[in-house]
Design a protein around this ligand. Structure first.
Ligand code: SF4
Ligand code: SF4
Length: 441
């Protein structure tokens, strides 16, 4: 329990939230780009192969990339248009990825809703198939294929589905707007998730700084047996899987294990809405709500953006630059990826585009660790970020693993608290990438 009586977890930090910049802005449709760049792989798992070639006509929602591998998610066209190229592009992480580039028609038809079986009659297998067909992934950023999570091993039954409605990352408000504008759809999606895994209950975990959304969600679950809303303390990273499970259920996921180990499944509210849309009208995941915000923009807001929209276009939709931008980030300030130029495109896991001004950017140089222990205190995974960073600097990957680099989920609490400005997350990402490469050999 926290001092205010809400449940919380050990570690974590309280960065300024800055959510007031966009939290009152209703979701509006972003302009349809003249061209979309849709990476074939937007998920964790096996790579997709393109199903289209240059010159092909595509419709909105048409599948354009897929693979038969189980851990994967197909991708769909977000526009009606003509494939201009299938080529390598640089994505938001800086990696070179294969993408389908589509020139959009001047006139865009609305998505044609399919005739579907009544949502209440869908079986668990049908729900999993719909999630797979619709290319659903975790939309909180991790982008793990949803149908895989909905297929727990027989010996690890799931009794509790948790819906992450915390949106604890500063600046981001896309989930908050969904909670205010579409609580009934969030709950319909939660019912499908619960049915798909045969769980006994579904709980929506929401931070206490979104009380305006709590009433709508409580009203939507009031007549649903087994569903509930849990109001939690405001602390970063309350919405991460292991912390949410611990706070809401009291269960601890052991290091290196997944939520299924303790009978839980965690999904994000955006994924819940997307699953409901797939089940009710057959709409695949080809657009999502993105918060475009920061003091470096004239008119921050929340936009329903086509997957493949270049972020330069969203910056224009948010009124354009306000002064000289000091830092452009895809995602939030804690877990997002800094961008040199606004050229990357929106993918399924893109929750925000953030433009910071100089006063919010700490450009001081990294210096030697002063052994203050603040990073250790802040780490919600009980790791020793100082030792992981030291090991990464020395390229001693075995030691980085020993100190738990693989359990780091890149929340950034250590970097946030470090008086030596050590970019812990960069070191942890490097260590994880190296360890993954070593394991592949
Ligand atoms: S080591 Fe990883 S999990 Fe721990 S605080 Fe740092 S970024 Fe978060
Ligand atoms: S917070 Fe920074 S300075 Fe303090 S122990 Fe951790 S790495 Fe060292």
């Amino acid at each position: 329990m926290s001092g205010r009586g809400y449940r919380t977890f050990r570690g974590g930090v309280h960065p300024p939230t800055h959510k007031e910049l966009s939290s009152s802005k209703a979701v509006t449709q972003a302009p349809v780009p003249a061209e979309v760049v849709i990476p074939l792989n937007q998920h964790i798992g096996a790579p997709n192969v393109p199903l289209v070639s240059p010159g092909d006509r595509v419709d909105v929602g048409q599948k354009i990339g897929e693979t038969e591998a189980f851990v994967s998610a197909p991708v769909h066209s977000s526009v009606a248009g003509t494939v201009r190229a299938v080529e390598d592009v640089r994505n938001f992480t800086g990696a070179i990825v294969r993408a389908v580039v589509i020139t959009a028609d001047a006139e865009q038809p609305a998505f044609a809703a399919a005739r579907m079986k009544p949502v209440g009659e869908l079986t668990a297998d049908e729900i999993r198939r719909l999630a797979r067909e619709g290319g659903l992934v975790g939309m909180g950023g991790a982008a793990f294929p949803t149908h895989v999570k909905l297929t727990p091993p027989r010996d690890k039954p799931v009794d509790t589905v948790l819906l992450n409605a915390c949106e604890c990352e500063p600046f981001l408000t896309c989930d908050h707007r969904l909670m205010l504008e579409r609580p009934a759809h969030i709950v319909e999606g939660l019912k499908l998730l619960v049915r798909a895994v045969g769980a006994e209950r579904g709980i929506i975990g929401i931070e206490a700084n979104k009380m305006d959304a709590v009433d709508g969600l409580r009203a939507a679950v009031s007549s649903e047996p087994g569903l509930d809303v849990a109001v939690l303390d405001v602390k970063y990273p309350e919405g991460s899987e292991k912390q949410l499970i611990s706070v809401v259920t009291g269960r601890k996921v052991p290091p290196g294990m997944l939520p299924g180990e303790v009978g839980c499944l965690v999904q994000n509210v955006g994924t819940s809405v997307a699953l409901y849309e797939m089940a009710s009208i057959g709409k695949p995941l080809y657009e999502r709500v993105v918060t475009v915000t920061g003091p470096g923009l004239r008119s921050p807001g929340n936009f329903l953006a086509k997957i493949g929209t270049r972020i330069s276009m969203l910056i224009e939709a948010a009124g354009g630059w306000a002064g000289e931008p000091a830092r452009l980030i895809m995602g939030g300030p804690m877990t997002g990826w800094a961008q040199e130029e606004p050229v990357a495109s929106v993918v399924k896991g893109t929750s925000g585009v953030l433009v910071l001004t100089p006063e919010l950017v700490d450009a001081r140089d990294e210096h030697a660790c002063v052994r203050c222990g603040k990073c250790v205190e802040a780490c919600p995974m009980f790791l020793m970020p100082n030792y992981i960073a030291e090991a990464a600097i020395r390229e001693d990957w075995a030691k980085a693993e020993m100190y738990g680099a693989l359990d780091c989920f890149e929340c950034g609490c250590c970097s946030y608290t470090c008086p030596a400005y050590i970019p812990h997350v960069s070191y942890a990402r490097k260590a994880k990438a190296q360890l993954a490469a070593l394991k592949k050999r």
